[in-house]
Every structure is written in structure tokens, then in C-alpha cells.
Design a binder for this molecule. Structure first.
Ligand SMILES: Cc1cc2nc3c(=O)[nH]c(=O)nc-3n(C[C@H](O)[C@H](O)[C@H](O)COP(=O)(O)OP(=O)(O)OC[C@H]3O[C@@H](n4cnc5c(N)ncnc54)[C@H](O)[C@@H]3O)c2cc1C
Length: 286
């Protein structure tokens, strides 16, 4: 047996004071040559009994499950992370309801004076194409530096007020109300692989805010080492694949002649599995 988490338990620094640290995973131990993917394969083969053994390799089975949204076997693998992030990142993160969380209590603990100041290249103007994002390269250097100074001064002042209230023996649960959302919090976060993938799909995407995306990227780097086939399938089918509406797909098909459809199939002959090719054949109406 080998420990799948060897070399993966060191914290990965994220932003200026944050980190992502893998605490544990299930399964943690695996036979030589196996990964957490095999826990998924075993669970899937229980539901399919011997039917899939003959027809699919283990990697092929994982890709089939991911492609067709047979998701319950992915729930057999779990990850527990300890992460530290600005409160405004935690607010977005906590919207992913299918995880178990234990957060530091600012009713019991005094929060350290740690707050997030973006690097200059992360300070952007309000996006015009996407109303909730930020643009690159539209702000002059003076505005970027002023933004960072305002954030720093505001947070330093807030922490001074916090300390002032604590010094007067005001309850911690009330004193914390002066703290800004760029102050850091931390928590333990445990979720199964299916829900981790759901989190990653939304938070690795370029629409996600940069400050949560960097946490998703740090987690993804760890997860792909523990469950490499599942991660590969997640990237291929969920993350980097495209889903078209019926109108969009009908318009694409209308533009493709019979020869062009056959040419698509030929082009992918060496890339796709036999099952995938059959599915594509059906989609293309061939
Ligand atoms: C780019 C971006 C912008 C966003 N902007 C906003 C915003 O402006 N305002 C805002 O409020 N939120 C916003 N969100 C949050 C978003 O609406 C979701 O709440 C968040 O992404 C969590 O997604 P989820 O519900 O799929 O995840 P989870 O809570 O992890 O749920 C995973 C899946 O489990 C199932 N599930 C979980 N709980 C339930 C339930 N109670 N009932 C039924 N099914 C359930 C669903 O299938 C769900 O997809 C934004 C998210 C992103 C990524």
C-alpha cells in the first residue's frame, strides 16, 4: 500500500496571506500502481456488476461516467482542505452548499491583523463587456497605487478600531463588526470529488473572480495528482467541452454536409474511444 498524499500536504501560498493545505483525503491509501480513481472504478463496477469489466478499461469507465453524468461513483472520493482567504472570497465560496465547513470563530478568537492588498497587476477597472468582472490595462499607475493605498489605510484603521474596542473589553463578537471584508478568515472544508468538481467548474472559469480562482487553481493542482483520470475527464468533458442549446446545435448541423460530418468522424478516429465515436456519430446523424 502507498500513501496517495505523500508530498501533497504542504500548504500552497495563495494571495498575500492565504493558503490551501490538503489535510486528508479518502481513500488515502492505495495499492501500488493505483490512485483514488480506482475507488471510483470499484464503486461503479458494483452498480454495473461484471458488465463493464469486459468492455471498458478503468480509465475508459471513468471517462464514460463523467461524459454521461453518472456522477455518484465520484462521491466515493473525498477531500478535506484547510484554507485561509479574505472574507469576501469566503462569502463566494460558502455558496457551494454541498461541503462541510468549520470556520475560525471571531467570537472566541482575536483575528490577527492580516488583510488582502491586491498586487498592482490585479487592480483593474470595472469591465464593460461583463458587468461583474474587471478589465485589464485600463487604469493608470497612479490610480492603481492609490487603490492599494486606500485599501491598506482603510484596513489598518479598521484593525486599530478593532483593537481599541477589544482593549476596552468589548466582546469580540461585537468588536469584529468594524473589520473589512479583505480581512482574512480560515476554515476546514470537506467535500466529495463530485462537489469539488462542481466548485472547480465554476471557480476555475475565467468569469470567476481572480481572488477565488487562484484558490481553485491551487486545489486543482492537488486533486489532479490524487485522482488523475477523473481530473483529466473533468477537464475534457466538463471544463473545456462546450454544451450547445438545441438551436445552436441545429444551426451547426445545418451548415455541415454529409461529407463534412464524415470528415469530422475520420479526423477524430484516433483520438476518441469507440464509444465516444459512436456517440458522436449519433449526434451528427450519421
Ligand atoms: C461567476 C459567478 C457569479 C455569481 N454571481 C452571483 C450573484 O451575483 N449573486 C448570487 O447570489 N450568487 C452568485 N453566484 C453564486 C451562484 O449563483 C451559486 O450559488 C454558486 O455558484 C454555487 O453553485 P451551486 O448552487 O451549483 O453549488 P452547490 O451549492 O455546491 O450545489 C451543487 C449542486 O447541488 C445541488 N443542490 C445543492 N443545494 C440544493 C438545493 N437546496 N436544492 C436543489 N439542489 C441543490 C444543485 O444541483 C447544485 O448545482 C455566482 C457564481 C459564479 C460562479
Amino acid at each position: 500500500m502507498r500513501d496517495l498524499l505523500t508530498g501533497l500536504l504542504e500548504p500552497t501560498p495563495v494571495l498575500d496571506h492565504g493558503f490551501v493545505r490538503l489535510v486528508d483525503a479518502m481513500p488515502r491509501l492505495a495499492e501500488e500502481g493505483e490512485t483514488a480513481d480506482h475507488a471510483i472504478v470499484r464503486a461503479a463496477r458494483v452498480s454495473y456488476q461484471t458488465g463493464t469489466k469486459a468492455s471498458r478499461t478503468d480509465r475508459g469507465l471513468i471517462r464514460y461516467l463523467m461524459r454521461n453524468f453518472h456522477t455518484s461513483p465520484f462521491e466515493m472520493v473525498e477531500f478535506k482542505f484547510h484554507t485561509k482567504m479574505p472574507i469576501f472570497v469566503a462569502r463566494q465560496w460558502v455558496r457551494h452548499r454541498t461541503a462541510s465547513i468549520n470556520e475560525v470563530s471571531a467570537r472566541y478568537s482575536v483575528l490577527p491583523e492580516e488583510f488582502y492588498i491586491p498586487e498592482p497587476e490585479a487592480v483593474g477597472a470595472q469591465a464593460t463587456s461583463n458587468r461583474q468582472g474587471r478589465s485589464e490595462g485600463l487604469l493608470d499607475l497612479a490610480t492603481i497605487e492609490e487603490t492599494r493605498t486606500v485599501l491598506r489605510d482603510q484596513a489598518t484603521g479598521a484593525f486599530a478600531s478593532y483593537q481599541g474596542l477589544l482593549d476596552k473589553e468589548v466582546a469580540r463578537e461585537l468588536s469584529r463588526a468594524v473589520l473589512p471584508v479583505n480581512a482574512y478568515t480560515e476554515w476546514y472544508w470537506k467535500a466529495n470529488l463530485l462537489n469539488v468538481f462542481r466548485f472547480l467548474q465554476l471557480r476555475l472559469d475565467h468569469h470567476a473572480q481572480y481572488e477565488i480562482r487562484v484558490y481553485a487553481e491551487a486545489m486543482a493542482t492537488i486533486i489532479k495528482q490524487v485522482a488523475p483520470w477523473s481530473f483529466e475527464a473533468f477537464e475534457d468533458y466538463w471544463m473545456n467541452g462546450a454544451r450547445l442549446s438545441s438551436h445552436e446545435w441545429a444551426a451547426v448541423l445545418a451548415e455541415l454536409s454529409t461529407e463534412q460530418r464524415d470528415s469530422v468522424l475520420t479526423r477524430l478516429e484516433d483520438t476518441l474511444s469507440a464509444g465516444e465515436l459512436r456517440e458522436l456519430q449519433q449526434k451528427l446523424g450519421r
